[in-house]
Ligand binder design. Structure first.
Ligand code: NAG
Ligand code: NAG
Length: 425
């Protein structure tokens, strides 16, 4: 548990007698003894006590945030376990409710992410809700993006449950969800767009988990883009859908395909489609004139099929994380990661000219080490429910390591608030 630095401010110092000094010294010694005892006694709860805040003139008090690379690190045992359970959070969906469907082991819930340079603060629901008071936050992407939103709902559920207001905005209440925290006037949404750009089915045999689709790499998917201008935070991601057979279009012309097995079409890599999709998504956010939000790229989330691919009988049976020695970022995971980060960096430079903030939420390295965090056979996925023999090694159990993504998100929001207040003073 992190012990926050206690800042002893002694505004105006006046000369005082030796007795006063001794008294002060004694008081300080007593204090220094009591504080560690207090922390020891109160370290049972995963919710830490609020840390000391620094009053900033003319602004709400903002906690000092140490600048730190929170994305490189390792998983360390944490015996106290998760923030919530399948009993205390009533919003866990079946796809991610591993305990409900009989997952026998619980070790996977007892790890914390430990960045190399600092400690990652615990998630504090009250703090989060105060930071997003009156704001709109959207997760744009596929079901893994939605997975993070589901985790956030549970992390916040210790303080508040939202009202489901999806029906006011969409007829597709599974893929486009909106939640409203009335006490905080905070809107949380998920906008379904697995490719970020416009996509259509292109398979003669209809849609399936591995059917051919066409992607218009230069045309954004308006399903999310048309809604985005009101949002203050947009957490954008994309992943596994880019592995399927795809025909790429630019300017309504075929420019190539990935795994499409059509001799007349030039074969290009999946990285090309992935790069262009992010480029178009970021450009769109720069161009929408009313969009003033902060864009956050949540990086590629690796899957962990072993002994075969997802459609070859592969599964994820491990019950412990990998160590940093056992697993390194490489291969296609590294390539996907680098591709999207490159596009983010380019967009960041453009965005700066327009006063738009783009930020990196780099979860890839941490999640690569968590083969134990997936539902495997203990989740009821909508897409897979017709074939329960396919284990789910893509999504993440709740509670589980995906909760760390929101600890990282809260850290980022606090860091922004701190940077902002420092600039203002
Ligand atoms: C929670 O998980 C336990 C097994 O750990 C199961 O017996 C129970 O039915 C689950 N409850 C809910 C509400 O999912
Ligand atoms: C379910 O998936 C397995 C593994 O891919 C496959 O062998 C089997 O034929 C599928 N069953 C159905 C009913 O689709």
């Amino acid at each position: 548990m992190r012990v926050h630095a206690v800042e002893l401010c002694n505004g105006k110092s006046k000369p005082h007698s030796i007795q006063t000094s001794l008294l002060l010294l004694t008081l300080i010694l007593i204090f220094l003894t009591i504080i560690p005892l207090y922390l020891l006694n109160h370290s049972q709860s995963p919710e830490p006590k609020p840390s000391p805040k620094i009053g900033i003139s003319g602004l709400r008090s903002v906690e000092k945030v140490k600048e730190c690379d929170v994305f490189s690190g390792r998983w360390i045992p944490y015996s106290k376990g998760p923030y919530y359970t399948n009993e205390t959070c009533r919003l866990i969906i079946d796809q991610q409710n591993c305990m409900k469907f009989g997952r026998p082991d619980t070790e996977f819930m007892k790890w914390r992410w430990r960045p190399e340079e600092c400690e990652l603060p615990f998630f504090n629901a009250m703090e989060f809700l105060e930071l997003v008071r009156g704001k709109f936050m959207a997760f744009v992407g596929d079901s893994v993006g939605r997975n993070q939103m589901q985790s956030l709902l549970c992390l916040l559920s210790s303080v508040a449950y939202p009202e489901d207001i999806s029906h006011k905005y969409t007829s597709d209440e599974t893929y486009f969800k909106r939640w409203f925290y009335s006490e905080y006037k905070f809107t949380l949404a998920t906008l379904w767009s697995p490719f970020l750009v416009r996509a259509q089915d292109a398979d003669a045999n209809g849609h399936s988990l591995n059917s051919l689709m066409s992607l218009h790499l230069d045309k954004v998917d308006e399903a999310w883009a048309s809604q985005i201008e009101n949002f203050d935070y947009v957490i954008i991601s994309a992943g596994q859908w880019f592995f399927r057979p795809l025909i790429y279009y630019i300017n309504d012309q075929i420019v190539g395909c990935h795994n499409c097995n059509q001799e007349d079409i030039t074969s290009v890599t999946k990285y090309y489609g992935y790069r262009m999709a992010f480029r178009t998504a970021f450009k769109t956010l720069q161009k929408r004139k009313n969009y003033k939000g902060m864009t956050i790229l949540r990086t590629f989330s690796p899957s962990h099929f072993e002994n075969g691919a997802w459609n070859e009988g592969g599964s994820c049976e491990r019950t412990r994380p990998f160590t940093n020695q056992e697993k390194k970022l490489d291969g296609y995971t590294l390539e996907f990661y680098l591709t999207q980060v490159e596009e983010l960096r380019k967009a960041e430079r453009e965005g700066r000219k327009k006063g738009l903030k783009l930020r990196l939420l780099a979860t890839t390295e941490a999640m690569l080490l968590r083969p134990d965090g997936h539902p495997n056979r203990y989740g009821h996925s909508r897409a897979l429910e017709r074939n329960t023999t396919i284990p789910d090694c893509v999504h993440w159990c709740l509670p589980g390591p995906v909760d760390t993504w929101n600890e990282l998100l809260l850290y980022m929001l606090k860091r922004e608030a701190w940077r902002f207040s420092v600039r203002r003073n």
